[in-house]
Design a protein around this ligand. Structure first.
Ligand code: GDD
Length: 312
C-alpha cells in the first residue's frame, strides 16, 4: 500500500509518516521545505501547480492521500487572511482537481483535514458538537476549513472522488510549533528551568475550554478512516476526545510537572478578536465506523511535550 502525505514535514505529517511506516505502508510526501528533498520519497512539490501534482500522482500511484498541507494557526489567520485562504482552500482545489485528472482518480482514497473551528459559534443546546451542527465559523481559519469541507463533498458528489473530510478538534503532542497553546506555555516554562528567562509566563485567554487529543491518536484515526472498507465517502467525521478542559488547567498541569515558582501574566497581545469559549465534540460517528477512540491520557501528552522541549 502506498500513501502520499502533503505537508509531510509538518507537525502532524511527521507523526503520520511514522505511524504509516509502522503499519508497513510505503510513504511518500510533499513539502514546501526544500532541505528535505534529499529523501527520494519526499518531493518539494508546489501544490499551486495542478500539472505538477498530476505528474506526481501518475508517478507514485498512491492508494491513499492524506492532505495535511495547510495554514493551521488560528491567531495568525487574523493577520494573514488572504494567504490562509489561498493555502487552505486554493491548494486543496488544485489537489482535488489534479486527482480527478490523474490516472489514480478511480481508486485513490483521500482525507481532507478540516477543523472544529468550522463549527464556530455553537449554541449550548448543540453540545457536544456532532457532524450535523451547522457551520458558523468565527475566524478566517475556520472559514477556510469550512470551505474545504464543501469542496471535499462537491468532488465526491460531482466526480465520485473517494474523499472523506475530518474535523479534528485541538491536537497536541511532541514536535508542535510555537503559536499553539501547549508549546507556547511549555517553551516558556523550559526557558525558565534553563535559567534563560525570568520566572514569568505570558499567556492569552485562560478561560476557554477545548477538547484536546494527542496527535498520535489523531493520525491513527485518519489511517483507520482510509483503511476501513465501510467508510462512506463524501462524509464528515469529527476526531476528538469528547472531554473539555480549560486552558487554565492545562497551564496548572504543566506548572505542576515543572515544580517551578512561576508568575502568570495575561498578555493582551495573545488575545484574539473572537475566541469561542467552549468546544466539545462527540466522536460517536468515527467510533461506530472504525472503533477508534483516543488512548493517550492528556497528562502523558503534556509530559511528553515537556520532555521533548527540554531535550531540544
Ligand atoms: N496559541 C496560544 N498561545 N493560545 C493560547 C495562549 C497562548 O499563549 N494562551 C491562551 N490561549 C488559548 C487560545 O486563545 C485558545 O482559546 C486556546 O488557548 C487554544 O489555542 P491554540 O492552541 O492556538 O489552538 P486553537 O484552538 O486556536 O486551534 C487549534 O485547534 C484547532 C481545532 O480546534 C489548532 O490546532 C487548529 O489548527 C485546529 O484546527
Amino acid at each position: 500500500m502506498r500513501a502520499l502525505i502533503t505537508g509531510i514535514s509538518g507537525f502532524v505529517g511527521k507523526h503520520l509518516a511514522n505511524y504509516l511506516l509502522s503499519q508497513g505502508v510505503e510513504v511518500f510526501g510533499t513539502t514546501s521545505q526544500g532541505s528535505l528533498s534529499m529523501d527520494p520519497n519526499i518531493f518539494t512539490n508546489n501544490l499551486s501547480s495542478e500539472q505538477n501534482i498530476i505528474n506526481l500522482l501518475d508517478e507514485i500511484q498512491p492508494d491513499h492521500i492524506y492532505h495535511l498541507a495547510g495554514q493551521s494557526n488560528v491567531k495568525d489567520s487574523w493577520d494573514s487572511k488572504v494567504s490562509t485562504f489561498h493555502t487552505n482552500v486554493n491548494l486543496t482545489i488544485n489537489l482535488l482537481e489534479a486527482v480527478r485528472k490523474s490516472k489514480v482518480s478511480d481508486k485513490v482514497r483521500i482525507v481532507t483535514i478540516g477543523s472544529s473551528e468550522e463549527y464556530g459559534r455553537v449554541n449550548d443546546m448543540t453540545l457536544p458538537i456532532d457532524e450535523t451542527v451547522s457551520l458558523k465559523p468565527t475566524n478566517p481559519y475556520g472559514i477556510s476549513k469550512a470551505s474545504v469541507s464543501y469542496f471535499a463533498k462537491q468532488y465526491y458528489e460531482a466526480y465520485g472522488l473517494k474523499v472523506v473530510h475530518v474535523r479534528p478538534f485541538n491536537h497536541i503532542g511532541p514536535g508542535q510549533k510555537l503559536g499553539f497553546v501547549v508549546t507556547d506555555f511549555t517553551s516558556q516554562i523550559v526557558n525558565i528551568e534553563k535559567g534563560i528567562a525570568n520566572n514569568i509566563i505570558r499567556v492569552g485567554n485562560l478561560g476557554a475550554q477545548r477538547d484536546f487529543t494527542d496527535v498520535r491518536d489523531i493520525v491513527r484515526a485518519y489511517y483507520l478512516l482510509l483503511t476501513t472498507a465501510t467508510t462512506t465517502y463524501g462524509e464528515i467525521y469529527n476526531v476528538c476526545s469528547g472531554v473539555p478542559i480549560t486552558i487554565e488547567s492545562i497551564l496548572e498541569k504543566l506548572l505542576a510537572f515543572s515544580h517551578q515558582q512561576i508568575e502568570v501574566i495575561v498578555d493582551p497581545n495573545k488575545l484574539r478578536p473572537i475566541d469561542i469559549p467552549l468546544y466539545i465534540g462527540t466522536n460517536n460517528k468515527i467510533h461506530q465506523l472504525t472503533g477508534w477512540k483516543p488512548e493517550i491520557a492528556i497528562d502523558t501528552t503534556l509530559e511528553d511535550v515537556l520532555e521533548f522541549i527540554r531535550k531540544k
